[in-house]
Design a protein around this ligand. Structure first.
Ligand code: CP
Ligand code: NVA
Length: 330
């Protein structure tokens, strides 16, 4: 059986990514009522904690007519040393797709190599592609498009930064990252993206990255698995907090994004996270819509072609709507 995986943003072409956004926007607007996962089951393997990823995949699978299994490493034989390649073949015979949140990216790749069903990267130490698709969906929602926009990444050159770089390789926006020395993203990813024509710049000074940006984006300074380095990182990242002074350097209609969970008073000031330019709650909600689009396509045989070059109907959401209480999903 042929299937495709989603381990990296680069697994989709530019046109396919565009189509995924259009599909996710139809889902968000409740103009997609199909149940492409009817009778299907997603296995979700978690080696690390999660709120948004777990809930968006689980609720998303249910909404599409399917079911999701939460498999914590603590409770499955993986935690006792069962090889990934064995688990891949067992789960392939019982389920229709596997999502994995892993430490080592190589484990997600090994799973994909041995599985006969689609494998989705729900975050590894290397990348977090589902989150970046949700972030780009949020940029489209509030700024109308990400084409020609300037996106600033402030802080650690981590898994999120890597997926932003890969997105810049596929899509037409400018990415400027401000990271301290020794905490830069993988230089190979930057070089590859640039060789493909991506507009990616690495600077040291957060103010330089923020200047005129349309999107200011940050993440925790110590990612999952780096908790031991927290105190050291707080010293290193001193000066990298996204605060009102940094936001003031961005474009007047700039939005603030954070994948969450956030550490208020470290990488972001409370006043920014809770302020009028913050779109973090819509960003979190967009995880649900984009996850459904990904599952519909990879597991539910939803073709992407009809969504390619589709006219975008929705106009950018008004500023006020970001503060509006969400309506019930259904
Ligand atoms: N942003 C994100 O992936 O959140 P969780 O760790 O809660 O899944
Ligand atoms: N960089 C963070 C993202 C959490 C969603 C981490 O890996 O912990």
């Amino acid at each position: 059986m042929t299937h495709r995986d989603f381990l990296s943003i680069l697994d989709f072409s530019s046109a396919e990514l565009e189509a995924l956004f259009v599909l996710a926007e139809r889902i968000r607007a409740k103009r997609y009522t199909k149940k492409p996962l009817a009778g299907k089951v997603l296995a979700m393997i978690f080696q690390k904690s999660s709120t948004r990823t777990r809930v968006s995949f689980e609720v998303g699978a249910y909404d599409l007519g399917g079911h999701a299994l939460f498999l914590s490493q603590r409770d499955i034989q993986l935690g006792r040393g069962e090889p990934i390649k064995d688990m891949a073949r067992v789960l392939s015979r019982m389920t229709d797709g596997i999502m994995i949140r892993a430490y080592e990216h190589a484990h997600a790749e090994e799973l994909a190599e041995y599985a006969d069903v689609p494998v989705i990267n729900g975050l590894t130490d290397l990348s977090h592609p589902c989150q970046i698709l949700a972030d780009l969906l949020t940029v489209r929602q509030f700024l109308g498009t990400f084409e020609g926009k300037r996106i600033a990444w402030i802080g650690d050159g981590n898994n999120m930064a890597h997926s932003w770089i890969e997105a810049a390789q596929r899509l037409k926006f400018s990415l400027r990252l401000a990271c301290p020395e020794k905490f830069e993203p993988d230089p190979v990813l930057i070089a590859t993206a640039r060789a493909e024509g991506a507009d990616v710049t690495l600077v040291r000074d957060p103010r330089e990255a923020a200047e005129g940006a349309h999107v200011i984006n940050t993440d925790v300074w110590a990612s999952m698995g780096q908790e031991d380095e927290t105190n050291e990182r707080i010293q290193v990242f001193n000066g990298y907090m996204v605060d009102d002074a940094l936001m003031a350097r961005a474009a007047s209609d700039a939005i603030f994004l954070h994948c969450l969970p956030a550490h208020r008073g470290e990488e972001v000031a409370e006043s920014v996270l809770e302020g009028p330019q913050s779109r973090v709650w819509a960003e979190a909600e967009n995880r649900l819509h984009i996850q459904k689009a990904i599952m519909a396509v990879l597991m539910g045989n939803e073709p992407l072609k009809p969504y390619m070059h589709a006219k975008k109907r929705a106009r950018p959401a008004a500023r006020a709507s970001a503060r509006k209480k969400p309506t019930r999903r259904r």
